[in-house]
Design a protein around this ligand. Structure first.
Ligand SMILES: Nc1ncnc2c1ncn2[C@@H]1O[C@H](COP(=O)(O)OP(=O)(O)O)[C@@H](O)[C@H]1O
Ligand SMILES: [Mg+2]
Length: 366
């Protein structure tokens, strides 16, 4: 069988080539160059499952490291998060704070609490909180003109770890320390029902939304990738493959990988092979994305989505209410919840549209 050296459909897996996203990346990097405390330095990146959030965080980690930041690579918002971030900054920042210089400045205020480099004294290590340690690391690196970048993945606005991190971030910004924070999550991550300080912070942070990839970006990538892999795919079939990705990076990986699997030994991809590859890619996408999304919703939410799908994926609210057999007022309740969860959008007044690639087709099947 042909070796697939390009496509690897798997969550969090770095792709052999990042398609699109140049603009998002450069604007994130430009944000890091702004002065500490600027709004550009606190970013919330939102995107559907499989839109490439994790991969983009890792790419940002690499590029920010190359730009001289001490980067805490993507850490999942879960128990122990701040502690993990502290360790990662110690590792990443150690090259900027040599042990020798630690001895030289050993008596200064800035070095207090450190034994060598970015290692804490035993007392600090054992008795202080993670927030305390994070604060001292930032102060020490800021003294060296080094910025700290903290990357958080799978953001949950109501997680205690996220609260603690945000509180510390705000204090550090207040002190003028050189820190930046980028947190990625599902579109619904920020619209939690709580209305408190964390939520205010998240709402004020700069929002970056990972939109579906453009058709021409996907198509140009497929053209080049198939050539490299020695696949013979006609223009027309290739365009159909590009179309089938619906701009989802995950679906792009699935479609590409399955084309490699279904290609003939000599690399030819005919109509039949394309159909089989698309079918197989869709099945995986339905399992991993559609099912997961629906499982996170209530039965009535799903009924609402089915009604929208039955109207073609974009519908008038009046038509949705009618199909659900409920009053328009009642249907509004579900509309609001699904908007908050990022599962639908409101493209214009009185209308809704399903926001997840391929979900419409999946719901239409039954
Ligand atoms: N810009 C991109 N170009 C090509 N493939 C991508 C891109 N972004 C993500 N992928 C691929 O899509 C899949 C899902 O990416 P991931 O970052 O895990 O998504 P998310 O974190 O948003 O759920 C992975 O297989 C990854 O390699
Ligand atoms: Mg992810």
């Amino acid at each position: 069988m042909r070796q697939d050296t390009i496509f690897s459909p798997s969550f969090g897996n770095r792709p052999s080539q990042l398609v699109g996203r140049e603009d998002v990346l450069s604007s994130l990097l430009a944000g890091l160059q702004t002065t500490p405390g600027s709004r550009e330095r606190a970013v919330v990146m939102l995107g559907q499952r499989g839109s490439g959030k994790t991969v983009l965080l890792w790419e940002l980690a690499d590029q920010a490291t190359a730009a001289g930041f001490a980067v805490a690579t993507p850490t999942i918002a879960a128990e122990g998060m701040v502690g993990r971030i502290v360790e990662k900054i110690q590792d990443a920042g150690s090259r900027y704070v040599s042990e020798r210089s630690a001895r030289v400045t050993g008596g200064s205020m800035g070095a207090l609490g450190f034994s060598a480099g970015l290692q804490f004294t035993r007392d600090v290590q054992e008795t202080k909180s993670d927030a305390y340690k994070l604060t001292h690391l930032c102060r020490r690196l800021t003294e060296r003109d080094r910025g700290v970048l903290v990357l958080v993945d799978e953001l949950q606005a109501n997680s205690p770890e996220v609260r603690s991190l945000i509180a510390t971030y705000q204090e550090l910004v207040g002190e003028g320390q050189n820190i930046a924070l980028v947190m990625a999550g599902l579109p619904g991550a920020v619209s939690a029902t709580l209305n408190d300080r964390v939520l205010t912070f998240l709402n004020r942070a700069r929002k970056v939304t990972l939109e579906p990839l453009g058709f021409s970006e996907v198509d140009a990538f497929f053209l080049q990738a198939f050539r490299t892999l020695g696949l013979a795919v006609g223009d027309d079939l290739r365009r159909r493959a590009s179309e089938a990705t619906e701009g989802s990076p995950y679906l792009l990986q699935l479609v590409g990988h399955n084309l490699v699997l279904y290609a003939a030994d000599d690399g030819t991809v005919d109509e039949g092979a394309l159909e089989s590859a698309l079918e197989s890619a869709r099945r995986d996408f339905e399992n991993d994305i559609c099912e997961t999304t629906l499982a996170s919703l209530s039965d009535q939410d799903v009924a609402f989505l089915r009604a929208v799908a039955a109207e073609g994926g974009r519908a008038r609210m009046s038509a949705v209410a009618k199909r659900m057999g409920v009053t328009p007022d009642y249907a509004q309740k579900y509309r609001k919840r699904l908007l908050n969860a990022g599962v639908i959008t409101a493209p214009e007044r009185g209308r809704v549209a399903i926001a997840i690639p391929h979900l419409t087709g999946y719901l239409q099947q039954g």
